[in-house]
Structures are given as structure tokens and as C-alpha cells.
Design a protein around this ligand. Structure first.
Ligand code: IMP
Length: 524
């Protein structure tokens, strides 16, 4: 090779190469050559940085009609997404899919809570009855970590407001058996229904109170505003909203006939997107369910799945799916590939399905197997419009269930596969047909488990964790040299965004190595 002395020619000389450095995505994922890959098996090559990370747009379609500002979904699992997770995912720009392992009425109530949620207003505050004692109030404060409880005639919301028991009212009151009515404040500042957040904020500020009850014309409590919430960042610029300004809401149903009734209840509660939840989505039942939904509920979008091949995708697109959910066997609590011998490595599945679905404008969700921020970027780079997570979000404050201390002394929360024996045998979900419906039919004599039950470590609140994921994806796209998710997909398809496979030792090199010890903090 002749050495070139003129350095200024470097960029011209580059043009002599027939393609960019690294591999085109189709070469990377050519399974004929090296078997099917998954996220850890490859990297995206860096491009050139010409814009700040904060200017990277992560806007994306989740279904044909609905878009999100953050490409992140929480999974419809009973240890991941109920109304609290769904509300906060939507506030932060993503979407939570409410699980269906509960009676239909309970699921519909969760949908209602998401749709009724108004930023800053607490729609299900802890309320005490007049017969509650000072001891009860102290106990509730210790359990919930905050004080300031409204007292109503019936001890519930939508009942006449009598007073508020504040932390100060009970702090030094040692007659624990006294009723709360003996200590509560009755000189109340309230605001009427319909008060906006800005108005309520002003009332709280001028009244110097810690809590502002919102009451209807009969004086019944309908919600509560808390000063400490206002102090936090309660303005969510990325929030996923529909035209009515309500939060976007999604929920899961099974393919079982009886779930048509469930669906009606969810739609009555204001549902926008339904996810037909099935571990193997290419079935007569799912196709029939999707067609039924499209015919009877044209106002909602339907996501079909789960699938991992073009053929499966074609069947669900032909049935009318507005979005597809990709993944079979890649979930962290999943043993499907082990016991069913069916499934596909997630990177191969995401590329194959999403490149086919893109021809019909059907957005895809890369569901499962996301262990870290880099996996999110890889799912998106392979063509998924959004990424769905279970285990990564199960340890957050917003997931259902309480934290407990593991045998090793770590703070953890339960996380279980929806096809686990634990879910099948959970008698607390009475009235639910769903429990195991993603994996089993009611008539199965022996139910073969496809998931395990375990726990995940505490990750704090998603109000910090999701913004970390969003900022991380923005930085990653900046490194790759693309300013939006659309630009990422275009760059991948036209070969400008390049890839590299990782050998086993390359993977070791890419992780922390050679240190005597280290602490892995993900964000500050
Ligand atoms: P994770 O983010 O890797 O924990 O995966 C979450 C995904 O795993 C869910 O969205 C489901 O698609 C899938 N999943 C949930 N429960 C089970 C199960 O019991 N077996 C197999 N896959 C499951």
C-alpha cells in the first residue's frame, strides 16, 4: 500500500471504499452466515456528532394513530403495570399497558383512573373516617410516609369533607384512642371542582396550607392537592396525551371469547389502545379477536402479538392490527424457549418483523430482553418503534406490590412471568379469567409453565429512571450521528448507520473488567 503524504486527502480517499466501515444491518443479521443474533451480540458504530443530545427527537408511533415522545412501554404484567405505573409512564412520555390478571371491573377502574388523572391532583387520596383514632392516623402516616389525611363522613372519597388531620395535629397527641375528630383541623381552605392546577397552586401558596381538598357543590371530597407534590416537578412536557388532554391509556385483553365483555368495560372507561396479549400471537383466536375489535371499536387501536416471524406478522396485519408486539422467549422471567423449543433470538426477531411491518406502516414494539439502556437503542436501531420492559421497571416505586428485604439484605420487589406457576395458582385474582390466559386455556389438564417467579432490585421511582433512559437514548443517537428515531431507521436501512458483531471476548471487553471492585451507579 502506498503511503499518502497529503493528509488533507483523507476524506477523498475514503470515497474509494465501496461501503462504510462495519456491516450493513442485513449482513449483520444474516443468520445463514452466523446464526441468529441478539442484543449483546452486536454494537452500532458511532457516526459524527453535529448537534447537542438535547436536540435529539425520540418522537415515535406506538400504533398507526398514536405517537409517543419517548419510545418506552411498560409490560402488561401484574408485577409491573397497574394505574400508578400507567399514569407515570404516560406523564413521562411513554405508555404503560395495564395487565388483565384481575376482574374486568378492576381493570376498567384502573383505566378510569388513568383517564381521570389530572397532573398534580391526587384522585385516590388516603381518607379517614370520623371513628378512626389518633393511633390509626399515626399508623397510616408511618405506612405511607406522609401525613395530612382528609376525614370524611363515610371515610371515603365522594363523601362530605369534615376536616383534615395533619402531621402536626397528631405529632404530640398522646391519647392514642382519641378519635381523629378531636384533633383534626376544621378551618379548611378548599377549592371547587374544575379548579385548574395553576389556580389550585395559587390557593395553596397564598393559604400556606400543606393540602388543598377539592370538593363538589355538596362539599364532598373529590380529590386532593399536596404542596409537596407541587414542589416536585409536576409539569411533564413529554406527557402522552390524546386530544381531550387526557393521558393516553392502553390495557391488555386475552384472546378468550369472554374478554369481549372485558373489552367493552375498558372502552367504556375510556381506553385508547388495546393489546391482545398472547404468547404466540398467530392463532385463529387472535385473528378473530383483532377483526372483532376493528369492527366493533373502530375508535381504538389494537396491538397484536406476540410474534417473531414475517409470516406471523402478515397474518396479524391482514387481520387489521395497528401495531405489533415482537418477542417470544426473550423475557427475563421467561422459559418459553427452553420448554416449547419455539421462539427466536430477539434481535433477529425485531429486525425480521419490523422491516416487514414497515412496508404496511405498522409500528412494532420490541418486547422483552431489555436489560439495559443499550438494549433499548439496539431494539430501535433494528426497526422497532418502541421498546417494552418488564423486569427493568418492576423494581420501581410505581410498580404494584411492596418492597421487601431479600436474604442478601437488598431491597427488592416481586417480579413474576405471567406464565409462571405462581400466577396460575394465585387465588387472590378471583373473578379473573385472565391470570394465565396468555399461556394456558382453562381446559388444560396440565398447565405447562413458561415463566418463573422471582424478584428484582429496587430502582427508585420511574420519575427519575425513565428520564435517565430518555436522556441516555438521546446521547446514544447523538453518538450514532442521527437526530431522530426516523433518521436512525432511515440510516440503518440505507446503510449509513453501520454495525459490528461482537465476539465473546469483545463482549467481555465492553463490560467493566480488570477492576478489583467497583460500584455501578447508572445516573446522577
Ligand atoms: P423483560 O423486560 O425481559 O422482563 O420481559 C418482559 C416481557 O416478557 C413481557 O412483556 C412479556 O412479553 C414476556 N413475559 C411475561 N411473562 C412471561 C412468561 O411467564 N413467560 C414468557 N414470557 C413472559
Amino acid at each position: 500500500m502506498v503511503e499518502i503524504q497529503d493528509y488533507t486527502k483523507a476524506l477523498d480517499i475514503l470515497k474509494e471504499y465501496s461501503s462504510g466501515d462495519g456491516l450493513h444491518v442485513d449482513t449483520l443479521l444474516d443468520s445463514d452466515k452466523h446464526g441468529a443474533l441478539t442484543y449483546n451480540d452486536f454494537l452500532v458504530l458511532p457516526g459524527s456528532i453535529t448537534f447537542p443530545a438535547s436536540e435529539v427527537s425520540l418522537e415515535t408511533h406506538v400504533t398507526r394513530r398514536f405517537t409517543l415522545k419517548a419510545p418506552l412501554l411498560s409490560s402488561p404484567m401484574d408485577t409491573v403495570t397497574e394505574h400508578n405505573m400507567a399514569i407515570h409512564m404516560a406523564l413521562l412520555g411513554g405508555l404503560g399497558v395495564i395487565h388483565n390478571n384481575c376482574p374486568a371491573d378492576d381493570q376498567a377502574e384502573m383505566v378510569r383512573k388513568v383517564k381521570r388523572y389530572e397532573n398534580g391532583f391526587i384522585l385516590d387520596p388516603a381518607v379517614l373516617s370520623p371513628t378512626a383514632t389518633v393511633a390509626d392516623a399515626k399508623q397510616l402516616k408511618a405506612k405511607l410516609g406522609f401525613g395530612g389525611f382528609p376525614v370524611t363522613e363515610k371515610g371515603t372519597l365522594h363523601s362530605k369533607l369534615l376536616g383534615i388531620v395533619t402531621s402536626r395535629d397528631i405529632q404530640f397527641h398522646n391519647q392514642l384512642d382519641d378519635p381523629v375528630t378531636a384533633v383534626m383541623s376544621t378551618e379548611l381552605v378548599t377549592a371547587p371542582a374544575g379548579t385548574t392546577l395553576a389556580e389550585a397552586n395559587e390557593v395553596l401558596r397564598s393559604s400556606k396550607k400543606g393540602k388543598l381538598p377539592i370538593v363538589d357543590q355538596d362539599g364532598s371530597l373529590i380529590s386532593l392537592l399536596s404542596r409537596s407534590d407541587l414542589m416536585k416537578n409536576i409539569y411533564y412536557p413529554l406527557a402522552s396525551k390524546v386530544q381531550s388532554k387526557q393521558l393516553l391509556c392502553a390495557a391488555a385483553v386475552s384472546t378468550h371469547e369472554v374478554d369481549k365483555i372485558r373489552l367493552q368495560k375498558l372502552v367504556d372507561a375510556g381506553l385508547d389502545i388495546v393489546v391482545v396479549d398472547s404468547s404466540q400471537g398467530h392463532s385463529l383466536y387472535q385473528i378473530a379477536m383483532i377483526k372483532y375489535i376493528k369492527q366493533n371499536f373502530p375508535q381504538i387501536d389494537v396491538i397484536g402479538g406476540n410474534i417473531v416471524t414475517r409470516e406471523q406478522a402478515a397474518a396479524l396485519i391482514a387481520a387489521g392490527a395497528d401495531g405489533l408486539r415482537i418477542g417470544m422467549g426473550s423475557g427475563s422471567a421467561c422459559i418459553t424457549q427452553e420448554v416449547m423449543a419455539a421462539g427466536r433470538p430477539q434481535a433477529a426477531a425485531v429486525r425480521s418483523v419490523s422491516s416487514f411491518a414497515a412496508r404496511f406502516g405498522v409500528p412494532c414494539i420490541a418486547d422483552g430482553g431489555v436489560q439495559n439502556l443499550g438494549h433499548i437503542v439496539k431494539g430501535l436501531a433494528l426497526g422497532a418503534s418502541t421498546v417494552m420492559m418488564g423486569s427493568l421497571l418492576a423494581g420501581t416505586t410505581e410498580s404494584p406490590g411492596d418492597y421487601f428485604v431479600s436474604n442478601e439484605g437488598q431491597l427488592v420487589k416481586a417480579y413474576r412471568g405471567m406464565g409462571s406457576v405462581a400466577v396460575m395458582e394465585d387465588k387472590t385474582k378471583s373473578g379473573s379469567n385472565a391470570g394465565a390466559s396468555r399461556y394456558f386455556s382453562e381446559n388444560d389438564k396440565i398447565k405447562v409453565a413458561q415463566g418463573v417467579a422471582g424478584s428484582v432490585v429496587d430502582r427508585g421511582s420511574i420519575t427519575q429512571f425513565v428520564p435517565y433512559l430518555v436522556a441516555g437514548v438521546q446521547h446514544s443517537l447523538q453518538d450514532i450521528g442521527v437526530q431522530s428515531l426516523d433518521a436512525l431507521r432511515d440510516g440503518v436501512n440505507n446503510g449509513q448507520v453501520r454495525f459490528e458483531m461482537r465476539s465473546a471476548s469483545a463482549q467481555t471487553e465492553g463490560n467493566v473488567h480488570g477492576l478489583h471492585s467497583h460500584e455501578k451507579k447508572l445516573y446522577a
